[in-house]
Design a protein around this ligand. Sequence first.
Ligand code: AMP
Length: 416
Amino acid sequence: MSIASFAELALSPRLQQTLSELGYAAPTPIQARAIPTILAGRDLMAGAQTGTGKTAAFVLPLLEQLQQQPQEGSPRPIRALILVPTRELAVQVFDSVARYGQGTSLTSTQVYGGVSIAAQVEALQQGVDILIATPGRLLDHLRQGALSLGSLSHLVFDEADRMLDMGFMDEIKALLKQIPADRQTLLFSATCDDNLYALSRVLLRDPELIEVAPRNTTAAEVEQRVYTVDGERKVALVEHLIKVKEWAPVLIFSRTRQGADKLAQQLGKAGINALAFHGDLSQGAREKVLLAFRAGTLQALVATDVAARGLDILDLNYVINLEFPFVAEDYVHRIGRTGRAGNKGLAITLFSPEDAPLLEKVEAVLDTRLPQQWFPGFEPDLTRFEPEPRRNSKAAQKQRARKQALSGNQSGKGKR
Ligand code: AMP
């Protein structure tokens, strides 16, 4: 059955009204498929990236089910837990729960690390229906006896792949011991590997599997380009893109915190309003930076992978990768920051030849080739690519092939 409108979904008039107030004309594909499944009480494993509308895909049917179930006990017991990998995603999911749940009597709160625990304990003591949490801080609360998960009937893992990447497996196992086995479990993940499948087998009972885009594919609305450029000219190219090509606001990814700081400073010196965003900043500082970026007062945000996870900035048209990430799956997450909810996006990666193995890994994950091109005025100095390897060695053959490909590529359109 294909669902073309929210009216066809069994959501209460109150939720339907909220959706129409938000201007959501029709469900996104993940919403059309996940909402009926979740409302039917089934477990779910969904492969969906950020930007596909996945948050509403689980929040709406959760709100619907909780509204229908009678609330028992005072203070209210936690009935739904949404686990997320980072504080930024916690804040965003919490905002979504508040937005979609306006006009219902359901309550929610969020707990994550890096901020004082006392205020969170106070909020929990009031009793909430829905809790959004990062695994580590949630365990802290449980150990302190600040909350119980004994009445939980719905458990959601959002960006489960990232949770595993960040090493939360032990915390997840510890949490599961405190959560009733009789529950509905929903697992959302942008990418899927053996670890995730192993986790899904432990967590889910006869789940419905939904994949809105093939595994590990990037959002269709994102155009990807790889520019080969000499390492020391990358910053100049970024400046050019922002100042001359007017690529702003732009989200720039750096592999390291130091790299993010340095680039933000260099851009600042060039008169570009840029700030770094990474885990060394206090929670307050991170929130301020994000607020400035969302408000449009920043031209560039230079972020690390972990910090940028979960950023939801709808009008973002440009993403620049200063280099390929070490973890190929991060590439998918990075470029998923643009082209969200049907908007067009452009994601470029600045490539220097020493990153060739990382490019190959990304291409393997995407199962596609990313053609390299040159940016006019920033063409690489081919003579300096690699020290000449011995003639006819494998490396020499590879290098010759690469040079040939690149020199046939001056128009900026050729393939590797
Ligand atoms: P998500 O994938 O959950 O991060 O959502 C991406 C963005 O899409 C969010 O800003 C949502 O507000 C927006 N969105 C979600 N569902 C819809 C919809 N059905 N129509 C229009 N926008 C939506």
